[in-house]
Design a protein around this ligand. Sequence first.
Ligand code: DAH
Length: 341
Amino acid sequence: MKETLEKLGSEAQSALAGVGSMQELEALRVKYLGKKGEITAILKQMGSLSAEERPVIGQLANQIRADIEEAIAEKTTQMEENSLSERLISEALDVTIPGKEVTVGRKHPITIVLDEAKEIFIGMGFDIAEGPEVELSVYDFDKLNIPATHPAREWTDTFYITEDESVHLRCQTSPVQVRVMEKQEPPIRIISPGRVYRKDEIDASHSPMFHQIEGLVVDKGVTMGDLKGTLNLLVSKLYGESTKTRFRPHHFPFTEPSCEVDVQCVVCGGNGCRTCKQSGWLELLGAGVVHPKVLAGCGIDPGTYSGFAFGIGLDRMTMLRYGIEDMRLLFENDLRFLNQF
Ligand code: DAH
């Protein structure tokens, strides 16, 4: 029995030396020291020993058990220390490594100019209104007094959504006027910026998607003079005090009288250049006094109220602001271009 015990002891010690994980260590503990372990099994046979042998073997068994317990405790501490230092190494933070560059986005030039325009209009007491890009033809055409025969209503000009021509991608921001007038009593003073769509080929000054800012003022006694004052103020704030404007007679079905407004060419100062096609002027917007039929159609009495309206080409306004000659640059998302603003 003595030999068996000693053999067990040295076997346990060498097994412990080769242990590689906490699970293996626990398995060894159970194997040698557990209730059903090998030392316990030997101790159970002590009854068959003589009275002299019993204390000697008992002492030896206790000694071997204590040795194994101690070795296990040592091994446990050692393994815990190892795993801590492994973690310290693998999770170490090198504060001297250069950081990753954070690139901050910036506003698109159209947004910059739109924000400026909003500031100017808000300063004059305007609110911002919004309307859908997928619009009912009733709002974009009929209620704006645009006749069924108008070329803008052709399938070659407009992106229809439904076969019956009742829904399309709006071709102007003017339907927002109608939406606002139907909901709101005068006095009304709103601008409404947004995207519009037309079946145009892409070139330096055309795109099937572009931006407009619609404007509408309805109140008692509003005249063409108010329109001119408002737009002149906008132009002088955007392009400088001395920038001249020109109001040219024009036709729009939803205004009477109607005009187009040009600004003095910002590239050549009005002398004539390539940008203004030698005319000295650049077209910026359409405008006019709201047609009485449009007011009445929206439930506003044209005998009591009058108004003016305008639709500015926001892309054009941006190009003039920064001297951008090709509209495509605004929509290509080329960072070499966009990073300049
Ligand atoms: N909607 C017109 C266009 O796209 C621009 C316009 C002209 C808007 C006169 C108006 C207006 O509100 O009164 O060409």
